[in-house]
Design a protein around this ligand. Structure first.
Ligand SMILES: Nc1ncnc2c1ncn2[C@@H]1O[C@H](COP(=O)(O)OP(=O)(O)OP(=O)(O)O)[C@@H](O)[C@H]1O
Ligand SMILES: [Mg+2]
Ligand SMILES: [Zn+2]
Length: 681
C-alpha cells in the first residue's frame, strides 16, 4: 500500500478538467479513483456509458509506471488507444493477437521506456506462460479487469481465459486490482470478488437507472415484425442513429437489405463478414452516413456513439444482463431514446429448441467418451461417428470431458483418453448440467420481463438488485404509458396507407371506393361483392384478424387523409376503436395456446426409452393419481438429470399414456393406453 499523501477531490477535479475536458465527475468515478490511488482493490458497477474507462485512465496518468488493462474487446482497443493518445502527456499501447510481432514489440518498448501509462491486453494472451512472465516483469502499478462479469462461470458472457486472471492478480501483488462491469446482479458481484480473490475491496454500485431510456416491449407475431420495425424507424426518421439486434447472421443481411429497399440507409453487421467489410460498415454507421445498423450481438459492446436514438431487439435478448448492455448503447448523450423488444412466442419456442439442441444427455456424453480411442481420435473422425449429436452438443460434450480431464488433446491435435474400460470410469457432469440450468433460467427471466404487465424499468432495476417500492411505476415504459396499442395502430395504418397508394387505380376502377369496401380488402373478407381480381393483389388481407369496426376506422382514416405519408405516421390521430382489454387478452391466450401445442408436438416426438417409460407408468399407477409430473421426475432421477426425467414424463403425457386428473389439478393418472401398456410389460 502506498503511504504518499492522497490528492484531494479538488486536485482530482482539476486533472479531470485539464486532461479530459469534463466539468464534473459522474457518480462513482471520484470514489473509485480515490480508492485506486490509495492502493486499494475496487469493484465498480456502473451502467453502460457510465464512464468506467476514466476510472483507470485518470489514475494511470497520475501514477508512475504502467497500468495494465484486461479487456475482451480487441476490436475497440485501437479506438481506445487512439482516444487516449489524443489527450495528453502520456500514451497508451495495446497487445492482442490481431497485431504483428513488430507492433507488439513497439508496444512493449513504449512501456519499458516509461512513455506508455496504459497497456491494453486481451485476456487470451495470458494463457501463454511466456506472455505472463513478460507482463509480470513490467511490474504494473495497477491491474484493471474490464468487463469483469466475464469471470462468472455460469454467467451469460463467461470467458474461460478470465478464470486464469486470478493467478496474475496474486502474482502482481501488492499492485491494486480494479474490476469494472456494467452488468452484475448482487450474486454475480459476489462471484467476481471471490473468484479474483480481491482484498478488502472498495465496492461502488452506481445508480443503474438510465432515465432517458424508454423501455418498450411489443408482443407481436413473426409476420408483424417487419412492419413494426419499419414503423418504429419511420417515426424516428432523421433523428440520430438506430441499432437493430437480430439473432442470426442471415437475418441481419436480409433485414438490412429490406430496410435499404424501403429507403432507410441500413447496413448489416455480423461476425460472418470479413474484418474489412465489418470495419467499413461500422464506419458508415458511426459517421451517420448510414443511420441504421442491423447486427448480431457481435456488434456494439463498448461502442461509444452518443446519438443512438433507438435500439430494437428484433428477437427477445438472450438474457437480461445482455439486454441491459445492448439496450444501453442508446442515449449515451443523455437525450430521450427508446429501447424496444419485439416479442413473439414463436421466438420463445425457437429459443427452447436451440437450448435443447445445445446440451447432450448423459448417455450421449458417455457414448462419446467410449468412442474416443486411447491411441487418439481426430476431431473429424469424432464428428463423422457422432452424427446423432449436433455440432454444439459435440463441443459441449467434449468440453465437459476435457474439463474433468477425462479427455485431452495431444500434440497432433487428436483427442485421447485413458486406456481402460470406459464403463469403469465415473464421469461427473455437474458442471454441464449447472450450465444448462443457468441457460434455462436466463431464458425464463427474459420471458418474465417480456410478459410482465408491471413497469419494465422497475423489473430491470430490481433484477440488478436496486431496491424499489412495491408497484413502482416509472411512467416511461410501455407498461406504464401505453405503447403497444399505439405502435400497432400506427403500423396497421401505415400498411393500409401503402396498399391504398399502390392499388388505388385498381381499387377505384369500378367506381368510387367506400371505406367499407377498402376495409373488406384489408381484412380479406369473403364477401361475394368483392371484385375477384382484388384477391390477387399484393397485400389482400394484410390486416386480416383485426375486428371489423377497427378495419373500418383504419380504412376511413387512410381514405380521408388520402394515403398517409409514412413519415407522419407517428402523429396521426385515429378514432380509438382498438381492441378492448378483453379481446387483447383473448389474443394473448390464443398465442399461448399455440405455444402450448407446439410444445406438446415436440414432446410427442421425444424418444423415451422403454425402461424409463415403464418406470414412469409404474410410479403413476402406484401413486394412484397423487403425483405431479415434477414429483414423478424427482423420484426417477437417481443419477439421471432432473430435466431429462421431467421431459420424459411430459412426453409420456403428450403421447397419451398419462392424463391430468381434473379434481386434483396437475396430478397424473394412467390413461387406458397407459394401463394396457403397463399390464402387457
Ligand atoms: N465525467 C464525465 N463527464 C462527461 N463525460 C464523461 C465523463 N466520464 C466519461 N465520459 C464520457 O462518457 C462516455 C462513456 O464512457 P465509457 O466508454 O468509459 O463508458 P463505459 O462505462 O466504459 O461504458 P461501457 O459499459 O459501454 O463500456 C465517453 O464518451 C466518455 O468520454
Ligand atoms: Mg467500457
Ligand atoms: Zn415503467
Amino acid at each position: 500500500m502506498t503511504t504518499a499523501p492522497q490528492p484531494t477531490p479538488e486536485a482530482l477535479k482539476k486533472v479531470l478538467q485539464q486532461e479530459f475536458g469534463f466539468a464534473e465527475f459522474r457518480p462513482g468515478q471520484l470514489e473509485l479513483i480515490q480508492a485506486v490511488l490509495s492502493g486499494r482493490d475496487a469493484l465498480g458497477v456502473l451502467p453502460t456509458g457510465g464512464g468506467k474507462s476514466l476510472i483507470y485512465q485518470l489514475p494511470a496518468m497520475m501514477m508512475p509506471g504502467v497500468a495494465v488493462v484486461v479487456s475482451p474487446l480487441i476490436a475497440l482497443m485501437k479506438d481506445q488507444v487512439d482516444a487516449f493518445n489524443r489527450r495528453g502527456r502520456r500514451r497508451a499501447a495495446a497487445l492482442h493477437s490481431n497485431q504483428s510481432a513488430e507492433d507488439a514489440r513497439k508496444a512493449l518498448a513504449q512501456v519499458h521506456s516509461g512513455e506508455a501509462a496504459l497497456l491494453y491486453v486481451a485476456p487470451e494472451r495470458f494463457e501463454f506462460a511466456g506472455f505472463r512472465e513478460r507482463v509480470l516483469a513490467l511490474k504494473p502499478t495497477l491491474f484493471v479487469i474490464d468487463e469483469a462479469h466475464c469471470v462468472n462461470q455460469w454467467g451469460y458472457d463467461f470467458r474461460p481465459s478470465y478464470l486464469a486472471l486470478k493467478e496474475i492478480v496474486a502474482a502482481l501483488r501488492p499492485a491494486p486490482v480494479l474490476t469494472l462491469t456494467a452488468t452484475a446482479t448482487p450474486a454475480a458481484r459476489r462471484e467476481i470478488l471471490a473468484r479474483l480473490e480481491l482484498i478488502k475491496p472498495f465496492v461502488f454500485v452506481g445508480p443503474f437507472d438510465r432515465p432517458n431510456l424508454r423501455f418498450e416491449v411489443h408482443p407481436c407475431t413473426a409476420q408483424e415484425k417487419m412492419q413494426y420495425l419499419r414503423t418504429i424507424l419511420n417515426v424516428s426518421r432523421g433523428q440520430g442513429s438506430h441499432l437493430v439486434y437480430v439473432g442470426r447472421r442471415r437475418d441481419a443481411d436480409e433485414i438490412a437489405a429490406a430496410l435499404s429497399r424501403a429507403g432507410f440507409g441500413a447496413v448489416a453487421y455480423h461476425a460472418g463478414m470479413d474484418a474489412q467489410a465489418r470495419r467499413k460498415t461500422q464506419e458508415a454507421w458511426l459517421s451517420g452516413d448510414k443511420p441504421v445498423a442491423v447486427a448480431t450481438v457481435a456488434f456494439g459492446m463498448g461502442i461509444d456513439k452518443p446519438d443512438v436514438r433507438t435500439v430494437v431487439h428484433y428477437q427477445h435478448p438472450s438474457s437480461l444482463e445482455a439486454y441491459y448492455q445492448e439496450a444501453g448503447r442508446a442515449g449515451r448523450d443523455g437525450a430521450p431514446s427508446q429501447c424496444i423488444t419485439l416479442y413473439s412466442t414463436k421466438d420463445v419456442s425457437l429459443a427452447h429448441f436451440f437450448l435443447r439442441n445445445r446440451y447432450p444427455s448423459r448417455d450421449q456424453v458417455l457414448e462419446l467418451y467410449a468412442r474416443i480411442s486411447p491411441q487418439g481420435t481426430s476431431p473429424d473422425g469424432l464428428r463423422l461417428t457422432s452424427d446423432e449429436l449436433s455440432d454444439e452438443q459435440l463441443n459441449v460434450a467434449l468440453h465437459a470431458l476435457a474439463e474433468q480431464r477425462h479427455v485431452w488433446r495431444d500434440e497432433d491435435g487428436l483427442f485421447r483418453r485413458q486406456d481402460c474400460d470406459p464403463s469403469s470410469v465415473y464421469i461427473s457432469l455437474n458442471n454441464l448440467f449447472a450450465r444448462k440450468k443457468a441457460d434455462y433460467k436466463r431464458l425464463e427471466e427474459v420471458i418474465r420481463y417480456c410478459t410482465d404487465t408491471d413497469c419494465h424499468r422497475t423489473h430491470l432495476l430490481r433484477y440488478f438488485g436496486e431496491p424499489l417500492p412495491e408497484h413502482h411505476r416509472c411512467g416511461n415504459c410501455s407498461a406504464c404509458s401505453g405503447g403497444t396499442d399505439s405502435l400497432r395502430e400506427i403500423a396497421s395504418l401505415e400498411e393500409a396507407g401503402r396498399l391504398f397508394k399502390e392499388h388505388r387505380s385498381i381499387l377505384e376502377s369500378g367506381g368510387p371506393l367506400s371505406p367499407t369496401f377498402f376495409a373488406r380488402f384489408l381484412g380479406a373478407s369473403t364477401s361475394k361483392k368483392l371484385p375477384p381480381k382484388w384477391r390477387k393483389l399484393r397485400g389482400f388481407g394484410a390486416l386480416a384478424g383485426l375486428p371489423k369496426e377497427q378495419l373500418q376506422a383504419i380504412a376511413k382514416t387512410v381514405m380521408e387523409t388520402k394515403a398517409v405519408s409514412p413519415a407522419t405516421g407517428g402523429t396521426l390521430k385515429i378514432p380509438r376503436v382498438w381492441p378492448a382489454r378483453d379481446s387483447e387478452r383473448k389474443e394473448r391466450e390464443s398465442q399461448e395456446a399455440k405455444y402450448r401445442s407446439i410444445a406438446a408436438d415436440e414432446l410427442k416426438k421425444r424418444k423415451v426409452s422403454r425402461a424409463s417409460g415403464l418406470a414412469i407408468l409404474r410410479l403413476a399407477s402406484e401413486a394412484n393419481g397423487a403425483l405431479s409430473p415434477a414429483e414423478i421426475a424427482k423420484r426417477l432421477t437417481g443419477d439421471k438429470n432432473y430435466e431429462e426425467a421431467l421431459s420424459d414424463v411430459l412426453a409420456m403425457w403428450a403421447k397419451g399414456y398419462l392424463s391430468t386428473s381434473s379434481e386434483a389439478g396437475k396430478k397424473l393418472n394412467l390413461t387406458s393406453l397407459g394401463r394396457t401398456t403397463l399390464h402387457k410389460s
